[in-house]
Design a protein around this ligand. Structure first.
Ligand code: ZN
Length: 429
């Protein structure tokens, strides 16, 4: 519970919980496995607006004389959450906030909507001084809700408010009341990437909640990847690939490469906000999509969401849904990417062989040269010598040789995994 002056010197009150600071203002079993509904009754100065999770039960009314707190001129606000949410999501905020309707989304795809038209209201709550600066970041928020609804499943909550706040995070995905850093909006930064990430969290993290902290990638990895997918859908492949490449660099250059995504050894929850749970978790989904193909992957995602919405899930739950859809055991995939550290570092060499009177061939030698403490990865992928000239391969040993026959010498050196479906580093020795 942060009671202080905002960046413009006005008093504000905002809740900031993650991971387990809800207990400091609300008696609770403060753990993601214990979700609950909640109703807020809040008495606030008349000139303030009050936002919270859920839907506003009625227009604010003058506070009763016996209402708790100072006897100033106040209004009483009531917000009600009709579906269970994790305690770290339970928030309200109050202050001088300008409220703008951005639009309606997820029409007929919003089971928790309290509106006659069965849509959800997407709104923006910002300090009056920053209204113009916030515009660009939130201009596609409605499209984001519609995109995720179409891709994952119905929007889980009563509405979606985007709120400038004093959260310590860049963004905090609180169910139906996302809080964003007051500073980044106040500086006029475009935080559209954050907006997409936090909106994706409404499905993953808020509705399907990780059963325990070491499964955090089910929240952050999913929000990272689905946050990127919106830009693939709206802005095209190039923008998406740039985002995945930025994510890849964060993984490769991180201090956490010797730890697995599910890290039983980590007891400091803030240290879970790392490159394993965010970009590497996102890359795990990208690789799974590459392996399964779009149709099966997104069917699996929709199935997983349908089964675990408003509940909690484990990594095994997700794995078994994807295995059922693919019709195949995926232990090899999850074991190496989720439960083991690192990523493949690959050395690629090729040689053209030709002898008179015969077709030529290309010999390829692929070595996994990562440190011994990291696994030898199983990698189904392909090598392409320009456009369509591709051969499927399976890498599963430290050093492997392949030979491919060609009528003519390929014009280019082979590119391993040209579509960028595998998290790896290529060593050019
Ligand atoms: Zn997040």
């Amino acid at each position: 519970l942060i009671i202080n002056k905002n960046i413009h010197g006005d008093p504000t009150i905002f809740i900031d919980n993650w991971p387990n600071r809800t207990r400091f203002w609300l008696p609770s079993i403060d753990h993601p496995s214990d979700k609950a509904t909640v109703t807020y009754t809040i008495h606030a100065p008349v000139e303030w607006n009050v936002i919270a999770n859920g839907h506003r039960v009625n227009s604010p009314i003058p506070s009763l004389n016996n209402a708790i707190g100072p006897k100033e001129n106040r209004l009483t606000w009531k917000w009600d959450v009709t579906v269970p949410i994790p305690t770290y999501n339970m928030v309200f905020g109050a202050g001088k906030l300008d409220v703008e309707l951005l639009g309606y989304a997820a029409c007929d795809q919003s089971p928790a909507s309290q509106r006659q038209d069965n849509c959800i209201e997407v709104s923006l709550w910002v300090y009056p001084e920053d209204k113009i600066k916030a515009k660009d970041s939130f201009r596609r928020a409605v499209n984001m809700v519609d995109y995720f609804t179409k891709t994952i499943g119905p929007f889980p909550f009563e509405k979606l408010a985007n709120v400038q706040s004093s959260t310590r995070f860049g963004g905090m995905e609180n169910a139906s009341a996302i809080f964003y850093s007051e500073k980044s909006i106040g500086k006029g930064r475009n935080i559209e990437g954050t907006v997409s990430h936090e909106i994706a969290h409404q499905w993953f993290g808020d509705s399907v909640t990780e059963v325990d902290w070491n499964h955090l990638w089910l929240s952050e990895g999913f929000a990272t990847y689905f946050g990127n997918l919106f830009f693939e859908y709206e802005d095209g492949e190039k923008i998406f690939q740039d985002k995945m490449e930025n994510n890849r660099k964060r993984i490769i250059n991180s201090e956490n490469t010797n730890r697995p995504i599910i890290d039983q050894g980590n007891k400091d929850l803030f240290k879970l906000l790392n490159s394993n749970n965010y970009p590497k978790g996102g890359w795990v989904l990208h690789m799974l999509r590459g392996y399964m193909g779009d149709e099966l992957f997104f069917n699996g995602i929709r199935k997983y969401y349908e089964l675990y919405k408003y509940k909690t899930a484990t990594t095994k739950d997700f794995q078994s849904v994807m295995e059922n859809i693919k019709g195949e055991n995926l232990d090899w995939f999850f074991e190496q990417w989720i439960y083991k550290p690192g990523f493949p570092i690959i050395s690629y060499e090729e040689k053209w062989n030709y002898s008179e009177g015969r077709n030529g061939s290309v010999s390829v030698k692929i070595s996994q040269i990562q440190k011994n403490e990291w696994p030898i990865f199983i990698i189904p992928t392909e090598i392409c010598w320009g456009g369509e000239n591709c051969k499927s391969i399976r890498i599963d040993k430290r050093i492997q040789s392949y030979e491919f026959n060609f009528e003519n010498k390929p014009q280019k050196v082979g590119a391993l995994d040209p579509k960028g479906l595998i998290l790896k580093d290529i060593s050019n020795k």
